[in-house]
Design a protein around this ligand. Sequence first.
Ligand code: TRP
Length: 339
Amino acid sequence: MSQATFTPRVFSGIKPSGGLQLGNYLGAIKRWVDMQAGDYENIYCVVDMHAITVWQDPKDLANGTREVAAGMIAAGIDPAKSVLFNQSQVAAHAELGWIFNCVARLGWMNRMTQFKDKAGKNAEKASLGLYAYPSLMAADILLYHATHVPVGEDQKQHVELTRDIANKFNHDYGVDFFPITEPVIDGPATRVMNLRDGTKKMSKSGDSDMERINMTDDADTIAKKFKKARTDPAPLPETVEGLADRPEARNLVDIYAALSDTTPAEVIAQYPGAGWGTFKPALADLAVEKLAPISGEMARLMADPAEIDRTLAQGAEKARTIAEPILAQTYEIVGLLRS
Ligand code: TRP
């Protein structure tokens, strides 16, 4: 079968659970802003239906959704250039998600490491939605025939599952309908780690606020968190190779590189052998310089929730014009009667 050609199209998403933190910005949003400059159509989604795979307080969910959208806009996602919306406003995500639940195999789902990590020892009590999460994610991506998905290292397995689903669908129905999407994993900060434990990902839901930098933290808080960040006692190495097996040091250098649009090697060349007493304050100053304008703009946008809601409604409208014909063709391929 000949491989159909697909318009280069980028899709990515962020969950609105808790506030935005530095890992979301460096690992996702900042890279999406860069992708907007390329020859792609860009679709960015606040994935609220993924958020409810674990309990979300209804009081906070809508505002959390607005806050993630505000963070994206403040950081430079332009709703006139990119399609920006929240997932639950485009019903086709759930509809295609169901079809993919019937394509994905239990054996595939059982290999998903994120489910195992999140469900932990209590997997019997996890929601069915948490188990099916990667299948809904495949629907997010393939509903737009997206060809490229910028994600962090931890999402690579889910994009591989998306490829497996596309291949099986195409094969079972004898069509060449869904593209085989490429994950785009690059840059120094595809995995921003926890400031108290360099082997764990920085997350919004971790126990201690000291382990993450929130996009809304003020300058003093940012300085304090970097100063208290856990490291080994050795100073920075003379060359980047010296960061191997030093996860906390590596993480702080990666964060510096991502914030300054350089590479870890360039950061080490700038601070060879520097002690933490020099490097941590420099990192804090850089973070404040880069994040303060974004958090200021986020606060300004959040003061007018109705305006954010209008932007998301317009984005959802644009998303539906791409998604609905693809869903309709999928139903036809599957043989679901539309009378
Ligand atoms: N699972 C992603 C995360 O936790 C979020 C997400 C949902 C996503 N759907 C997506 C990312 C589609 C990329 C494409 O980070």
